[in-house]
Design a protein around this ligand. Structure first.
Ligand code: SAM
Length: 271
């Protein structure tokens, strides 16, 4: 178990309350979570059928999206906001498998991400990790590790994967617009979000998340789409994550409850 690792947890961090990153890690069956995080994950799973599957689906679409961006769209710079704790297949690994020179900057509000980042950095000179709050986009975009590592004069992929639903509607409008404006033409915005298509579990998950972690908002597909502004959505548009360019056939009429919690989309900034 995580707590058995020598010198773990870092004494300066508070593990008595759950965090988004660690509870998500618990949902994915990872090792970087503590009793409070597992309690929250279990509580949410009791109320939301298929929640664990939904987290797995979100990781799968992250991999497919990054692979598509690196392979088909030729993107070699990734700014991954709300990147989470390292898990099985991470953005920089997927991107570097397509292009070994691909650069990635990870940004997350959870300081535990930085603890892992130090280990990651030692092995990956193309990768950076910083602690930052996406609700303050100017500070994130102006951070010296971000501006020093990524070239905003060239196309990049900006990712808010599994992250948009932690921004309240008004903050989300402001933040995502600022992020879109910072990108060069030819860049892509890649987002996934908890969705509201009228199924009770979707708003219930938003409520549980808000109660335990302060932020949690389910958006309609139209609201998610609006955050892409005038960017041009790549086919198939904003769809349930399992339907975004799946590796094999998926029957849209037979999605499981967990597959109906999140939607994904990627869009191009044309000018
Ligand atoms: N992007 C990863 C993925 O899709 O697998 C992780 C998603 S996880 C559900 C959401 C992440 O967003 C967490 O790691 C959390 O710490 C981070 N996060 C939430 N609010 C944030 C904020 N305001 N600024 C930066 N990161 C934030």
């Amino acid at each position: 178990m995580t707590e058995d690792r020598p010198g773990w947890p870092p004494p300066e961090l508070d593990f008595s309350k759950p965090t988004i990153a660690r509870a998500y890690d618990a949902l994915l069956g990872g090792k970087d979570n503590f009793a409070a995080d597992r309690a929250l994950a279990d509580h949410a799973c009791e109320h939301i059928p298929g929640l664990r599957d939904s987290a797995v689906e979100n990781r799968k679409v992250l991999v497919r999206g990054v692979r598509w961006l690196a392979r088909e769209a030729g993107i070699d710079q990734f700014l991954d906001l709300g990147s989470g704790l390292p898990t099985v297949t991470n953005t920089h690994e997927v991107a570097k498998a397509e292009n070994p020179a691909a650069r990635t900057v990870y940004v997350d509000i959870d300081p535990l991400v930085l603890v892992h980042g130090r280990a990651l950095l030692a092995e990956n000179p193309e990768t950076r990790v910083i602690v930052g709050d996406v609700r303050e986009p100017d500070a994130v975009l102006g951070h010296e590790e971000v501006t020093g590592h990524l070239d905003f004069g060239r196309p990049m992929a900006l990712m808010l994967v599994g992250m948009l639903h932690y921004l309240s509607p008004d903050i989300g409008d402001r933040v995502v617009a600022t992020l879109r404006d910072a990108l060069a033409p030819g860049s892509y915005l890649f987002m996934t979000s908890l969705v509201d298509t009228g199924l009770p579990a979707q708003q219930e998950l938003a409520r549980i998340t808000r109660e335990s972690l302060e932020e949690g908002w389910a958006r309609t597909p139209e609201e998610i789409e609006r955050h892409f502004g005038d960017f041009e959505l790549v086919d198939p548009g904003v769809v349930y994550t399992a339907l975004w360019r799946p590796d094999g056939p998926v029957d849209p009429g037979a999605l499981t409850p967990g597959e109906q919690l999140g939607m994904a989309g990627i869009a191009l900034k044309k000018s």
